[in-house]
Design a protein around this ligand. Structure first.
Ligand SMILES: Cc1cc2nc3c(=O)[nH]c(=O)nc-3n(C[C@H](O)[C@H](O)[C@H](O)COP(=O)(O)OP(=O)(O)OC[C@H]3O[C@@H](n4cnc5c(N)ncnc54)[C@H](O)[C@@H]3O)c2cc1C
Length: 406
């Protein structure tokens, strides 16, 4: 990274820290438990030292030190942090959400690493695995030494995973898997994949070590979004697995969908982090940049933008806190998570785009984080259920009618 851009990143990191308070218009931080606040401060500190100074460079190169980050995140208990036992931290849902927010204030790709590891791969094993599977995989996944991925999406089946083409058939006591998965976060660097496949008995989940003969993963190149994250295609060619690779209690599509609900919950919070970072940057820029003889922050049109964005950010935070408290009470329902994902990602992307306008030409520069966040949020808008799918989930709840097609 050039000296100038490193300096800019550091300045943004500093101002990002300093400006948290003015954005908390409704004093929502005051309602957080002390322990949640402490966890948030640890994650924010880690992002400041370990992500912010480097992430623009990772994004530009299209590669991030995933393994190193996983070990560092594991060391402070971020991986599977809302799960209990097997080396997991057992933190509250609100604390997990706050961690996602602070991680994504650094970069959505970095938060994706933690979400996929903890909420998709580890959660699937934690919730549906045998005792042996849990003991074998979870402690080293919690420490970040083992990286997991979650293969549901296929080249021809995204929003409609019920139509998946990947098959698992029995051969004696073994299982044999054939098919392919696409757009799988962490796949090129993963040690293990949770793969969902169709069997004669419906959709089942399998724990697949990536070194198994017949498994290949390749990096998906030319991404214009989430470039500080590894995304891959997995090919499964006559992959023979022992009987104990099956997740015993995961039967039917509701199993992977329950994992997605976990990960979507983290996104409800995470998207706010990206938006907050954009708004900090825009505020800082607008107060320093002068046109027509005065700071652009002093123009009414700029203040209208800033005010509207701050209001949306606080509404999103209120929503996330509410969902977090429902989760901690054990009553959070999937369609409520859809409300959060739909709203908070949609608003975050609007905030990122609006902030970009405030930065003018500098808004398109990688020396500022705004367009990187906006581009990242394009992926966040699509994965874990597109906005349209969440509208359909909410629509079904409202009308009692499923409008997904089929
Ligand atoms: C960076 C990145 C990382 C990802 N990581 C993972 C991962 O780790 N694991 C994994 O399994 N998947 C992953 N995904 C895949 C992601 O979950 C899918 O891209 C997503 O579910 C959408 O599927 P699709 O891209 O095939 O789009 P499609 O399903 O083809 O949808 C295309 C468009 O049609 C719309 N549409 C589809 N059906 C309907 C309908 N019934 N009514 C109205 N509109 C509809 C969609 O909303 C969308 O706008 C990742 C994707 C990205 C971009």
């Amino acid at each position: 990274m050039s000296e100038r851009s490193a300096g800019t990143s550091e300045r943004i990191a500093r101002t990002g820290q300093d400006r948290t308070a003015p954005l908390d218009l409704l004093d929502l931080d005051g309602s957080l438990a002390e322990e949640d606040r402490q966890i948030r401060a640890v994650v924010a500190g880690l992002v400041t030292t370990r992500v912010r100074p480097y992430v623009a460079r990772w994004y530009e190169l299209g590669e991030a030190p995933i393994r190193d980050l996983a070990v560092e995140f594991g060391r402070v208990g971020l991986l599977g942090m809302h799960l209990t036992g097997y080396g997991c931290a057992g933190a509250s849902a609100v604390a997990y959400g706050l961690a996602c927010l602070e991680l994504e204030a650094g970069d959505s790709g970095v938060r994706s690493l933690v979400s996929v590891q903890g909420s998709l791969a580890m959660y699937a094993i934690w919730r549906y695995g045998s005792e042996e599977q849990k003991q074998h995989w979870l402690p080293s996944m919690a420490s970040g030494e083992t990286i997991g991925c979650f293969g549901l999406t296929e080249p021809d089946h995204g929003s409609d995973p019920a139509s998946m083409a990947t098959r698992a058939r029995r051969d004696g006591t073994d299982w044999v898997l054939d098919g392919g998965k696409m757009w799988i976060t962490n796949a090129p660097v993963a040690d293990v994949a949770v793969i969902w496949a169709r069997t004669d008995g419906g959709v089942r989940g399998f724990v697949v070590p990536m070194g198994t003969p017949g498994v290949t993963a390749r990096e998906i190149r030319h991404k214009m979004s989430l470039r500080a994250s590894s995304t891959g295609e997995i090919v499964l060619d006559e992959v023979r697995l022992p009987a104990d690779a099956l997740l015993p209690t995961a039967t039917g599509l509701k199993a992977p969908l329950s994992c997605l609900t976990e990960a979507r919950y983290g996104i409800v919070w995470g998207a706010l982090g990206a938006a907050r970072d954009c708004l900090h940057t825009a505020l800082d820029y607008a107060t320093g940049r002068e046109q027509f003889g005065r700071p652009i922050a002093g123009f009414q049109l700029t203040q209208a933008k800033l005010a509207d964005m701050a209001v949306e950010l606080q509404k999103g935070y209120l929503l996330a806190l509410h969902l977090g408290r429902l989760a901690d009470a054990g009553t959070l329902r999937p369609e409520q998570v859809s409300v959060g994902k739909l709203n908070n990602v949609r608003e975050a992307i609007e905030i990122a785009r609006q902030c970009r306008t405030i930065l003018g030409a500098n808004g398109i520069s990688g020396e500022y984080p705004v367009l990187r966040h906006a581009n990242n949020l394009e992926s966040v808008l699509t994965y874990e259920g597109t906005s349209e799918i969440h509208q359909l989930v909410i629509g079904q709840r409202l009308t009692g009618l499923a409008a997904f097609g089929g």
